[in-house]
Design a protein around this ligand. Structure first.
Ligand code: SF4
Length: 91
């Protein structure tokens, strides 16, 4: 029922504004990681594009954070998590 508003909507509407995020990362067209790994259809890359570049975890992307701090992109091998895609865990 919509009779009582959920607690996080009480008081102010600023939360609604703040949680509005771009649907697609503005760096997507130029992102070295996506450009390099998306065509390979690497499963991990597909997951990242879905979760980060076009998803709710966009603001957590370490590549984006790096770009904002340094004005350049990190190595193409750096994933949105900040880890290197070429470094596989030993089994
Ligand atoms: S990997 Fe990060 S910086 Fe690159 S397009 Fe996706 S969200 Fe943006």
């Amino acid at each position: 029922l919509l009779r009582s508003a959920p607690p996080f909507f009480s008081g102010t509407t600023s939360l609604g504004k703040e949680t509005k995020v771009a649907a697609i990362c503005e760096l997507l067209d130029d992102c070295g990681f996506v450009k390099k790994y998306q065509p390979t259809e690497e499963m991990a890359c597909r997951y990242f594009v879905q979760e980060y570049c076009r998803g709710t975890r966009m603001a957590e992307c370490k590549r984006k954070e790096y770009f904002q701090q340094h004005g350049t992109q990190p190595s193409d091998e750096i994933m949105p998590t900040g880890k290197n895609i070429l470094v596989r865990q030993k089994s």
